[in-house]
Design a protein around this ligand. Structure first.
Ligand SMILES: Cc1cc2nc3c(=O)[nH]c(=O)nc-3n(C[C@H](O)[C@H](O)[C@H](O)COP(=O)(O)OP(=O)(O)OC[C@H]3O[C@@H](n4cnc5c(N)ncnc54)[C@H](O)[C@@H]3O)c2cc1C
Length: 810
């Protein structure tokens, strides 16, 4: 045997072993066999055996390995890794990981993805959406609420309470609706398509707040008292965490409680004096019960040894003397109730603490445990519902509105933003289904909830901006017939609340993802913090060598996928989607490798290198968004007609992943490592592009003509064609316009004149006069003209009506 043949076999086989994540013992055996063969054919020397012995023996002898390799590395690790704070530990411990862990680990199991059950509504949930939800959509007058009343109407408030809209998460035993997460999402999607004020008002009590906290941690007495009252709207809850000095850094709230004795309802009891100054609290101005987060102190040791008990959550009835609520903020003209609350040394019993006195100091854990669920439902669903309605309305508008004698949707310039709207609406609905489906399977997916919250609210913001551009003046001029402007105004609210987006992208998605999803990092961190040196070394050694094998495997896989274009990979489907699965597995391996390299070279500094960490988070996020969309396509029966939407989303996500990797490498502090990374990941350069003009064209076409794909895109929204529902009427007009076009052409042909496509009522008269069309056709032209005018007209007002201070006119 030739020396180069042996070397090639050695490199190839060890690469293959690394790729297939072989164990250390298997590696050792392979090299032993290779050396025996090499010695037989006289292509290896004594030096090869010596090298093998020096590496293989200490690695395989556990005692030697631990003493000379793992222990020194553990010591270094303990020195460089910053100590995890209690709040960080609690955030890491709360919640679970799900499919995002597969995406993070470099080898996603696509069959597993497609085997997750497709979320479905129960008969009762469907009836609620088709009944009370449909009805409240009909009752809702968003212009009246946002411009005239700055609140929901009393009738809508009453209807919401009576029909238990605030009790979707409350268990049936307490009189609630106990809907699954998927159903909650569908309800919110439908409401938000009509009014963000309505969706926010309903969303908040069903998200993180007293209802959720009581069910998980409340005492029996608290549950029995509050939950039935919350279920029927007798109590309106709010939850107050944010204060002027502590927004994103919520753990730093200055609000406090002092354990002390005092008088409550005429009796001397052990209680606490609460002092708080909170702001931005949704529903606070109308709340009857205030969920309050504060830091509890026990300076007189009335509860025990500890003085600083930590963040605690209590329920404080707002009628108690000293509780100040009622004033309102005015967030971007969206009229949901939101305002500040204060209290100064308000004395309340200790059993106002959620879960009673023994839960004093457990508030942060409670909040992070519950946050992951609510964050995956409310804001992502509100964004997806808005996006779906905008997609349909904008598609219809593009077909109805004409300029330069053409529907504006036929213009290539319009196709680009219109396709973005369609593709993203398809993706956003897919993501809400997949994320809420995970919750209904019992997960508390904190990384997924951060991804869903960040990306869907961002997508909503850019999508509504695209829709505004397409609508031109129709989008800008506000009034009852404007179905876009309030959504446009309110989009930044969703960006800010429940973890402001810059922080979510920079710190949370990858920060939590890396520790939770990585198969070894958490174990290494825990080992480093373990005070018992024996078990610390044992655990660290195990995690470390697992980690090394994992890292080598991802480097080899990344390179192998790069030089083969990932075409060697199998895919669950052999149709057009095959390539998407291959590329996603490739990028997943890249993410696992980049993540290890970043952690290895930057250590604790990675936390401060927020922009690098954000880009790794982007890779994970787009892999998740694309997976959800592939799952949707499959769950809906792999319909060929829907392929343009899927294609748009996958092209967009894969392109964004490529850009995130490219930017990560470009900005990596060590230029040598960056060069190596580029050689491994992009040996032939970057090659993916944004969705092509051809894909944009197909998506834009889909949105402008009634078809099954379009119907699926708008599924579950309030599209009933009735007075007061501008979007429903737009749908009718779209159909009418399409039906009218051949009639219009008939008249033009008969007149031998190219008429402009307006004043269709007059065209009808002309057609009838020359017997070119039937009476029925003329009626359709007339009806369509009304719809067409309504679609393009904007509101105008008396100047006095618009001024908030009419005395200025006197
Ligand atoms: C309409 C509305 C409703 C709300 N409802 C409630 C409610 O019901 N209950 C409640 O308790 N709170 C509520 N909030 C508060 C909301 O959760 C906070 O606004 C949010 O936590 C952000 O705090 P902040 O506005 O003070 O921004 P800041 O914390 O001042 O942040 C400013 C900017 O800095 C960024 N940032 C902060 N830290 C970092 C970091 N480490 N890295 C990168 N960027 C960072 C943020 O992303 C943000 O862009 C509401 C807020 C609004 C506006």
């Amino acid at each position: 045997m030739d020396h180069s043949v042996w070397l090639f076999c050695a490199v190839f086989l060890s690469g293959y072993m690394a790729y297939s994540r072989a164990k250390l013992s298997t590696y050792t055996l392979l090299f032993l066999i290779l050396l025996v063969i090499g010695t037989y054919f006289e292509v290896t020397s004594f030096f090869s055996w010596l090298l093998f012995g020096l590496i293989a023996i200490p690695l395989n002898l556990s005692k030697v390995r631990k003493q000379y390799i793992s222990q020194p590395l553990l010591t270094v690790f303990q020195e460089v890794m910053p100590e995890m704070s209690q709040t960080e530990k609690e955030a890491i411990d709360a919640g679970t990981t799900w499919f995002e862990a597969d995406l993070f680990r470099g080898n996603p199991d696509w069959k597993k993805l497609h085997n997750y059950p497709q979320p479905r509504l129960s008969v009762e949930e469907s009836a609620f959406i088709n009944g009370p939800v449909e009805q409240v959509c009909k009752m809702m007058d968003d212009w009246h609420s946002t411009h005239e009343r700055a609140d929901l109407s009393p009738q809508v408030w009453q209807f919401l309470k009576e029909n238990k809209f605030f009790a979707m998460i409350i268990k049936k035993q307490y009189g609630g609706l106990e809907f699954c997460a998927y159903a909650q999402s569908r309800v919110l999607q439908k409401l938000t398509g009509v009014s963000s004020t309505l969706a926010s008002t309903v969303g908040v009590p069903n998200s993180l707040g007293p209802g959720e906290l009581l069910q998980h941690y409340g005492t029996k007495a608290q549950q029995d008292y509050y939950l039935p009252r919350l279920a029927v709207g007798e109590e309106i809850p709010c939850f107050a965490l944010t204060s002027p000095e502590a927004g994103s850094d919520a753990g730093a709230i200055p609000d406090f409680g002092i354990v002390c004795k005092g008088k409550y309802q005429g009796k001397e009891i052990l209680g606490m004096k609460l002092t708080w100054d909170k702001r931005y609290i949704t529903l606070a101005p109308v709340a009857t019960v205030l969920g309050l987060a504060f830091k509890l102190k026990d300076p007189e040791h009335l509860l025990g040894e500890k003085v600083e008990l930590g963040i605690t959550c209590a329920l404080v009835p707002t009628h108690i003397e000293g509780v100040i609520t009622g004033r309102r903020h005015f967030p971007l003209n969206i009229a949901f109730q939101n305002g500040p609350t204060q209290g100064n040394e308000v004395f309340v019993p200790l059993d106002f603490i959620i879960g009673g006195a023994e839960m004093a100091g457990q508030g942060w854990r409670m909040l992070v445990e519950c946050l992951s669920v609510g964050r995956a439902i409310t804001l992502p669903s509100n964004s997806a519902g808005g996006a779906k309605v905008i997609a349909l309305a904008t598609g219809a508008y593009c077909r109805i509105r004409r300029q330069f004698k053409l529907p504006i949707g036929k213009m290539e310039g319009i196709e680009e933003p219109l396709a973005r709207i369609g593709g993203n609406a398809y993706l956003m609905d897919a993501v809400t289904s997949m994320s809420t489906g995970a919750i209904d399977m019992g997960e508390k997916p904190s990384v997924i909830s951060a991804i869903s919250k960040y990306h869907l609210t961002e997508k909503m913001r850019s999508l509504v901006q695209d829709a505004m551009d397409i609508h031109g003046g129709k989008g800008v001029c506000m009034g009852p017939s404007n179905y876009l402007a309030r959504g446009y105004q309110g989009a930044p609210i969703a960006i800010t609340v429940e973890g402001a987006n810059i922080l979510t992208r920079s710190l949370i998605i990858y920060g939590q993802g890396a520790i939770r999803c990585h198969p070894y990092v958490l174990a290494e961190l825990e080992a480093a913090q373990n005070k018992n040196p024996v078990s610390a070394l044992e655990d660290f050694d195990h995690a470390l060598f697992g980690h090394i094998g994992f890292a080598i495997s991802n480097i080899v896989s990344s390179f192998w996928f790069s030089i083969t274009g990932a075409r060697v990979l199998t895919s669950p489907f052999t149709d057009r989607t095959r390539r998407y699965y291959q590329l996603m597995t490739r990028f997943s391996a890249n993410l696992a490798m980049l993540s290890d390299i970043a952690m290895l070279t930057l250590g604790g500094d990675l936390k401060r290198k927020e922009r690098l960490s954000a880009r790794l988070g982007d890779i994970l996020s787009y892999l998740y968004l694309a997976s959800a969309t592939l799952k949707r396509y499959n769950d809906e029966g792999r319909k060929k007609e829907d392929l343009p939407l899927l294609q748009w989303v996958l092209e967009d996500c894969l392109y964004n992943i490529q850009q995130a990797i490219d930017n990560f490498i470009n900005n990596f502090p060590s230029k040598i490592i960056a060069l190596l990374l580029r050689v491994i990941i992009f040996p032939f350069g970057t090659w993916l592009t944004k969705p092509s003009d051809a894909t944009d064209h197909k998506v834009a076409r889909l949105l402008q003509t009634p078809n099954e794909t379009r119907t699926r895109l708008g599924r579950g929204q309030y599209l009933t064609r009735e007075e007061g529902n501008a979007v429903g009427l737009l749908e009718q007009t779209l159909e009418d316009i399409l039906a009218c076009e051949p009639i219009f052409e008939k008249v033009c042909r008969a007149l031998d004149k190219k008429l402009p496509f307006y004043h269709l009522d007059k065209v009808a008269e002309q057609g009838l006069a020359i017997n070119a069309i039937s009476e029925q056709e003329a009626q359709l032209l007339k009806k369509t003209e009304k719809g067409r005018k309504a679609a393009i007209d904007v509101d105008d007002f008396d100047a006095r009506y618009l001024a908030s201070d009419n005395s200025l006119f006197d």
